[in-house]
Design a protein around this ligand. Structure first.
Ligand SMILES: C[S@@+](CC[C@H](N)C(=O)[O-])C[C@H]1O[C@@H](n2cnc3c(N)ncnc32)[C@H](O)[C@@H]1O
Ligand SMILES: Nc1nc2[nH]cc(C(=O)O)c2c(=O)[nH]1
Ligand code: SF4
Ligand SMILES: [Mg+2]
Length: 225
């Protein structure tokens, strides 16, 4: 059984795939926070900006079979993803959450591929990844041990006192990104002074350590999901 909080079609807002159209499949549950505000202060990961509790979001639900979830995702692509693929377009599903590696398995990856999708994953890196993922983004959290030693992009939310970038240089990646830590809930007026201050700090770190590049949460600026 796969539990999905929400699924929606948007542009990837972060990392090396930023700007690419994708169906986001947000799985329920995380191993580093129970998702309740009452548990945030004692969570391993205490800055999460996402609601991943339950299956009640847009296009959320419970799916018994991999094929059923892949068909559900396919229906959110604006045209026939298999036909698009035949025409040189690469339909894209981003598996996120919550922590997608609690649920994503080889049958579901195969079912996404069967529907014509490239499969991207956003993970905290604490769980092993199944084979077949086309784009793997690892974003370490606090002192949680990272068990993935190779990925497409490493995306370190900055600053985290227990997860400073130097700690992850042994992880092989094609891209090394810093992503400024935003407030868990964007303030009503849309201005986030915490994010602004962290962005300046991330800029300074990248200037001093040119292995690292800045990525920003473009979707929050553009005003899309
Ligand atoms: C909600 S997480 C879900 C996937 C996975 N559990 C993870 O942590 O990578 C998706 C992305 O949002 C990032 N993120 C979460 N809260 C954030 C915040 N307050 N500021 C910036 N990035 C944040 C995570 O680091 C991750 O790259
Ligand atoms: N547009 C957009 N891009 C994203 N990249 C990673 C996201 C996530 O929450 O995993 C995310 C998201 O929630 N929206
Ligand atoms: S950012 Fe990722 S690891 Fe942290 S609580 Fe949110 S879903 Fe879990
Ligand atoms: Mg997000």
């Amino acid at each position: 059984m796969y539990r999905v909080k929400e699924a929606f079609y948007t542009l990837q807002g972060e990392g090396a795939q930023a700007g690419r159209a994708a169906v986001f499949c947000r799985f329920s549950k995380c191993n580093l926070w129970n998702g309740r505000e009452s548990g945030r202060a004692t969570a391993v990961c205490d800055f999460c900006d996402t609601d991943f509790v339950g299956t009640d979001g847009q296009n959320g639900g419970r799916f018994e079979a991999a094929e059923a979830l892949a068909a559900h995702v396919s229906a959110l692509w604006p045209s026939d993803p298999r036909a698009d693929r035949d025409n040189g377009i690469r339909p894209y599903v981003v598996c996120t959450g919550g922590e997608p590696l609690l649920q994503l398995d080889e049958p579901l990856i195969a079912a996404f591929h069967q529907q014509g999708f490239d499969v991207g994953v956003e993970t905290n890196g604490t769980l092993p990844a199944p084979v077949g993922i086309d784009w793997l983004c690892v974003s370490p959290k606090a002192d949680a041990a990272v068990v993935i030693d190779e990925c497409d992009e490493l995306k370190v939310v900055y600053p985290q006192p227990l997860a400073m970038p130097e700690r992850f240089l042994a992880i092989r990646a094609s891209h090394y990104f810093l992503s400024p830590m935003a407030s868990p809930v964007t303030p009503e007026n849309g201005r986030d002074p915490v994010k602004a201050s962290n962005t300046r700090k991330a800029v300074d770190y990248c200037l001093q350590h040119p292995r690292w590049r800045l990525t920003i949460q473009m979707h929050k600026i553009v005003g899309i999901d």
